[in-house]
Design a protein around this ligand. Structure first.
Ligand SMILES: [Zn+2]
Length: 330
């Protein structure tokens, strides 16, 4: 492991994209762009020969382990326990693991110690992609219907642990079967601290603003909320506008594997997420997110975000799509 440590006062980046804003005119245009592209979509030809098999049951076990640490809120015991566990696991498989610790001063004046972890596979390769997920969890259940629950930290089974679990399950595969291009698995901290967006997306902003030219990926793929037992992954709207070539690669990989029903090419709502700082810093990044978690999204940011809502099948499907993306050449 390489330990990097920096202290920076994060500036409050005015977000270019407000959450939940839809722009009807452009929305229609993007749908058209995607629909045209989808007409030439690949048939379900099966996986690229020689690509490894992703185990969804292992990913679900990694979700349960993370939730077992308790909330992974910066500054808590669960957060530090998970950090050590992730680094130990990754060091067993990746030729290079980098822990990048930095400080963020919140709008309330508190200092958060945050750590991004990156596992680099084929680090010598110049052409690289980054696959990222956030490993922290939200300190509050601010979407819970009962305001008495708002002070409870979310368990973060889907919102945090699911994407992290997929990345952790990819690590041994990437260690065993050399990928055809460089792959950086990036575990970003401080995505969900909040409550406002100026104290969110912290690890992704730090990465996007500090990545060196030599390590710069050609594109990124963000996994967030990828474990719901009833999966649906429409194209996230910011990704459609600013990372459409990446969207095409990912959704076509899903189609080749026969997952078209779960990866509709329709454009869903915009979600302000960790892909936005990467896009703003010139790394086109798609967000693979299922933002229909429970009836009316009622498990999101509530105490209901628990492992029993997730399935090995969904995690396995998402993991296999990422494997196909990577081993088909990225
Ligand atoms: Zn969240």
């Amino acid at each position: 492991m390489i330990q990097k440590s920096t202290t920076t006062r994060s500036v409050l980046d005015p977000m270019k994209f407000a959450p939940w804003v839809t722009i009807p005119g452009q929305f229609a245009l993007w749908c058209t762009v995607l629909a045209v592209a989808a007409c030439g979509g690949d048939p379900a030809t099966g996986p690229t020969p020689g690509s490894p098999v992703f185990d969804g049951a292992s990913a679900l076990a990694h979700v349960e382990t993370q939730v077992g640490f308790g909330p992974r809120v910066p500054g808590t015991a669960g957060h530090s326990a998970q950090l050590s566990w992730m680094i130990d696991l990754l060091e067993d498989h990746a030729p290079e693991v980098v822990a990048d610790t930095f400080t963020h001063v919140t709008t309330a004046g508190d200092s958060l110690e945050l750590t991004n972890v990156m596992a680099r596979f084929a680090p010598e390769q110049g052409r690289r992609i980054v696959i990222l997920a956030h490993w922290d969890t939200r300190p509050t259940s601010d979407q819970a219907p009962d305001s008495a629950d708002h002070s409870i930290p979310v368990p973060g089974a889907n919102d945090g642990a699911s994407g992290t679990a997929v990345l952790l399950t990819l690590a041994p595969l990437l260690g065993e079967v050399p990928p055809p291009l460089g792959v950086d698995l990036l575990f970003v901290d401080g995505e969900d601290f909040g409550p406002g967006v100026e104290d969110m997306l912290l690890g992704a902003r730090h990465y996007a603003q500090t990545v060196s030219d030599g390590e710069r990926p050609v594109y990124g793929l963000l996994l967030d909320m990828v474990g719901d037992a009833q999966p649906s992954f429409p194209v996230e709207q910011i990704s459609a506008q600013f990372a459409n070539p990446v969207v095409q690669k990912v959704w076509r990989a899903a189609e080749r594997l026969g997952f078209r029903d779960y990866f509709p090419t329709a454009v869903g709502p915009p979600v302000t997420d960790d892909h936005v700082p990467l896009i703003e810093n010139g790394i086109p990044t798609a967000n693979l997110i299922d933002f229909t978690y429970g009836p009316n999204n009622s498990y999101w940011h509530t105490p209901q975000d628990t492992p029993d809502k997730l399935s090995a099948g969904t995690l396995g499907m998402v993991g296999q799509v990422v494997v196909e993306l990577i081993y088909s050449g990225g």
